[in-house]
Ligand binder design. Structure first.
Ligand code: P6P
Length: 285
């Protein structure tokens, strides 16, 4: 088993464990905030502990960077892979029984966008599913947990040139005029609103339904957006671009053009089919 395969196997094991914990966990809040100011749910901390314990067993893991950890956790200084992850994205929606998920970016030696070599996310919904993208340029693969407790390959995922779904993030009263016009144009072209407030679910739906747009733009109250570059944005950018889609911060040609200056850095972000991203550039120029 290659080192990457060991990491994927570990992610499968923690996904099964977290999906079980979600069903019966205490949904209370801790008295702590994470590095980006979100008050931590006990479930956030539990999910992070489950993932940390599992990756500590792997010698190939150099360090862990988590949405729920202020600083990197250094494990094996001579190893190759740094894993940046959001242990439970959308956790504040577990109390209304929405689908939520875990997001993993696997970086080689350094936490730079160009060093992202694989991306995985799990989605805890009516079914437990994983999307694994193990190489730049290859299509992401969908896996589903079967009755025998094993993940079974379902299909490869590809985005159409143009889609039908429009997931519109951020508080609308903070949207810029150009963003208001852009989003309105998509609805005038017949796109349908699909937004749950959990990026894993919203991006998974667009990916599986053939395309569209997910946006979490710069707003007057959050000029740098809300979503975290290393462990939310870049893993999905990797998956979307490999699925034949495109991404942008609104000013660059790809989210991989971002320069990393701090671990919990956020960015405005657009993920989608090529038609929608090209249209965004027209309105944002
Ligand atoms: P808003 C969940 O808290 C999250 O980090 C993402 O999963 C989601 O896309 C976003 O925040 C939702 O933010 O401001 O629309 O509630």
């Amino acid at each position: 088993m290659t080192q990457l395969e060991q990491i994927f196997k570990a992610i499968k094991e923690v996904a099964i464990r977290i999906s079980e914990e979600i069903k019966y966990a205490d949904l209370g809040y801790t008295a702590h905030e994470n590095a980006t100011g979100d008050t931590q749910l006990k479930l956030d901390v539990l999910s992070d502990e489950i993932i940390t314990a599992k990756f500590k067993e792997l010698e190939c893991v150099k360090a862990l960077v988590s949405e729920e950890k202020d600083d990197a956790l250094n494990l094996n200084e001579n190893s190759k892979y740094i894993i940046a992850y959001d242990p439970l994205d959308g956790s504040s929606l577990v109390d209304v029984n929405f689908a939520v998920g875990s997001i993993f970016g696997i970086y080689e030696n350094e936490l730079n966008p160009q060093n992202l070599v694989a991306a995985v996310y799990s989605i805890y919904g009516p079914r437990l599913e994983l999307v694994i993208n193990d190489k730049k340029g290859s299509l992401p693969s969908l896996y589903r947990l079967a009755k025998d407790g094993e993940f079974k390959f379902v299909k490869e995922l590809k985005l159409n040139e143009k889609g039908k779904l429009n997931a519109t993030g951020a508080t609308q009263k903070g949207w810029s005029e150009k963003h208001i016009k852009f989003i309105r144009e998509l609805f005038l072209q017949g796109h349908r609103l699909r937004y749950s407030g959990a990026m894993v679910s919203d991006l998974h739906q667009i990916l599986l339904k053939g395309g569209g747009l997910f946006s979490y733009p710069a707003t007057s109250d959050a000029p740098n957006g809300k979503l975290r570059v290393l462990f939310e944005v870049l893993p999905f950018a990797f998956i979307y671009e490999n699925a034949g889609g495109a991404t942008s911060s609104g000013v660059n040609d790809s989210l991989f053009d971002i320069t990393i200056s701090k671990t919990h850095q956020t960015t405005p972000c657009f993920f989608g089919s090529k038609f929608e991203i090209n249209l965004m550039h027209k309105f944002y120029e």
